[in-house]
Design a protein around this ligand. Structure first.
Ligand SMILES: [Zn+2]
Length: 345
């Protein structure tokens, strides 16, 4: 099969790789229908996060089961399925408490020893825990929305849940990437009354408004804090969703939230010392919650919303390509010409 292989910063190639095959009784082989290119793939592309050259890349995919190992009971050949951005057994101490990203037997897709999502087919470990059956035809246009649930939409939802968004909440979202925009959708889904999105990109702000943002502010840093305060009678929002991962965005989030409020942080921290205002959080009783989103736990709930027509995150995919154009799509996302690419191998 053909798959995307990472050769170093700026060097992504499509190559012929060995066909995936069942290695353990708990495996399944999935033919990929759609895969996503993620902002965190770009960190590798830019060279700002470590990734072994020669490793397979991609952790967002939906597809059709081709074959299952003899221990797999929840899916069978022909089933349309989605997976979270990590695999997990669904049975360990952490999975049973919904924290599938800390699964004792789980792990990340891709690298030197595993298959990545950006390819024609993937060996799925721990298939019973990892895969969610999707009651749609593989060609259904809603599959793009389902693909978003595998990472960005679940991550935005984790930010909103962690920030304790509830009906009537005033929410600010820091970050206008796919996760931030999904954070807007999640806030609306949870009943937020007012949603302030920080964005200075017209196209992204437009998607944000379509997703439910009631206000868009152009500021960053101190300016953004002032603008968010000004829009909330000087009090600050109940909940702030931090969807970038820089020191600056975490500071903007924690400084703009109201006393007693909560910040849901889901931007992968790009700086070890991002949180340098702990005294300010202490004095204002700020809750900081979030982290690596347990997408697999949220998938069934969010899938129901998509199937019911109440949730459609698919507009975050503003570019659709085949496998051969994946290297170009990385470049376009890196140049910020494209928000998020959907790959149909
Ligand atoms: Zn587990």
């Amino acid at each position: 099969v053909r798959a995307t292989v990472f050769h170093g910063p700026g060097d992504i190639r499509i190559e012929e790789v060995p066909d995936p095959r069942i290695e353990a009784g708990t495996d399944a082989i999935v033919k990929v229908v759609h895969a996503g290119i993620c902002g965190s793939d770009l960190w590798k592309y830019k060279g700002s996060s470590q990734f072994e050259p020669g490793g397979r890349i991609g952790h967002e995919f939906v597809g059709v089961v081709m074959e299952v190992g003899r221990e797999v009971t929840s899916v069978r050949a022909g089933d349309v399925v989605a997976a979270g951005f990590m695999y997990s057994d669904g049975t360990c101490e952490f999975c049973r408490h919904g924290l599938t990203t800390s699964c004792l037997n789980g792990g990340f897709w891709g690298g030197k020893s595993g298959d990545g999502g950006q390819g024609e087919a993937v060996r799925v470990p721990l298939a019973d825990g990892t895969l969610v059956k999707v009651p749609l035809d593989a060609t259904d246009p809603r599959m793009a929305g389902v693909l978003a649930l595998t990472d960005v939409m679940s991550t935005g939802y984790h930010a909103a849940r962690s920030a304790r968004v509830e009906p009537g909440s005033t929410v600010a979202v820091i970050g206008d990437g796919a996760v931030g925009l999904c954070g807007v959708l999640a806030a609306r889904l949870l009943g937020a009354e007012r949603i302030i999105l920080a964005s200075r990109n017209e196209a992204r702000a437009a998607i944000g408004r379509q997703f439910g943002a009631t206000d868009v502010i152009p500021g960053r840093g101190e300016e953004a804090v002032d603008e968010i305060r000004a829009l909330t009678c000087g009090l600050g929002p109940h909940a702030v969703l931090e969807c970038v991962g820089t020191a600056d965005s975490l500071r903007t989030a924690t400084e703009s939230v109201r006393p007693g409020g909560a910040v849901g942080y889901v931007g992968a921290p790009q700086h070890a010392d991002a949180l340098n205002n702990i005294r300010s959080l202490f004095s204002r009783n700020i809750t900081l919650s979030g982290g690596l989103a347990p997408a697999r736990t949220y998938l069934p709930t969010l899938l129901d919303e998509v199937l019911a027509g109440r949730l459609d995150p698919s507009p975050v995919f503003d570019h659709r390509v085949g496998l051969a154009e994946v290297p170009d799509a990385y470049r376009a996302m890196n140049d910020r010409v494209v928000l998020k690419a959907l790959v149909s191998p």
